[in-house]
Design a protein around this ligand. Structure first.
Ligand code: NDP
Ligand code: 8X3
Length: 250
């Protein structure tokens, strides 16, 4: 029987590529994001392969998250796999000049949003004693880099929450894993630099950055292992990247 996967942040980058690969590999897909036009376009594209349903809500809005997920049509309501991917960096500033609204956005989306979506889904997994949760962290979950302060804190929280989820859900046979990418060429830097395309593209100049499809491919590998195999914590870097700050550029 087909498994159903719910993917947050499916309108772009890693989430979109993950939806595409899983749709082509026998999963029913629930796409989540705020941008309705992109959801509609992707739903149409993926419907050629599988059953698809879209949910448009802001993960910061807990009532919207709960309502949307709790009211899924019956054929999509049993979530076998949850990919907590929605998130972004907002700004890259020293702590003394950091923008408080950026801090709010990163904590509210990357940490609280992930918790709200998880809270909407974990009880059904506990009830069934089955499920698989993948949280998308970052190299910033494992290291702190200059000016990364609050983004790194939000991703360190994702790392801690993933480890805590694995412990708490262990009695129920629910698999929990985190995937921590380094530099992936998506809309991430466009968002971080608030639409400054030149600054965003300069991040990936001079190296072969990871592409969204590289991470999606790994997510597909992780979720398709035999049940007794749980890939719990994975750091994935471009070959040119040795750490958060050491990057070989030509
Ligand atoms: P993108 O900017 O391409 O995608 C971000 C996704 O998150 C979009 O689909 C966006 O959808 C969604 N999103 C953002 N804010 C909200 C919100 N408030 N409510 C609901 N959805 C939201 O970036 P990536 O694909 O690169 O990022 C995906 C994840 O990977 C993030 O958690 C990021 O931190 C992490 N990551 C990225 C790396 C990189 O170098 N790119 C490296 C390491 C980790 P919409 O705007 O439609 O709501
Ligand atoms: C995204 C990668 O290095 O900008 O999480 O933090 S980085």
């Amino acid at each position: 029987m087909k498994k159903t996967v719910l993917i947050t942040g499916a309108t772009s980058g890693i989430g979109k590529a993950t939806a595409q690969i899983l749709a082509q590999n026998n999963y029913k897909v629930v796409l989540c994001g705020r941008r309705i036009d992109r959801l509609a376009q992707l739903e149409k594209e993926l419907s050629a392969f599988t059953e698809v349903h879209s949910l448009s809500f802001d993960v910061r809005d807990k009532n919207a998250a709960f309502d949307s997920i709790h009211n899924l049509p019956e054929e999509f309501s049993t979530i076998d796999v949850l990919i907590n991917n929605a998130g972004n960096a907002h700004g890259l500033d020293p702590i003394q000049t950091g923008n408080v609204d950026d801090w709010d956005a990163m904590i509210d989306i990357n940490v609280k949003g992930l918790l709200y979506v998880s809270k909407a889904i974990i009880p059904q997994m506990v009830e069934r004693k089955s499920g698989h949760i993948i949280n998308i962290g970052s190299i910033a979950a494992k290291e702190v880099y200059p000016n990364g302060n609050v983004y790194c804190a939000s991703k360190h929280a994702v790392d801690a929450i993933s480890n805590g989820m694995r412990m708490d859900l262990n009695p129920y046979g629910i698999r929990v894993g985190a995937i921590h990418p380094g530099m992936v060429e998506t809309e991430f830097s466009e968002v971080r630099f608030k639409g400054d395309s030149d600054r965003a593209s300069s991040v990936y100049k001079g190296l072969d950055a990871l592409q969204a499809e590289d991470i999606a491919d790994i997510i597909h590998f992780v979720v398709s292992r035999k049940y007794h195999v749980n890939i719990s914590d994975l750091i994935v870097l471009p070959t040119a990247q040795a750490s958060a700050t050491i990057v070989k550029k030509v």
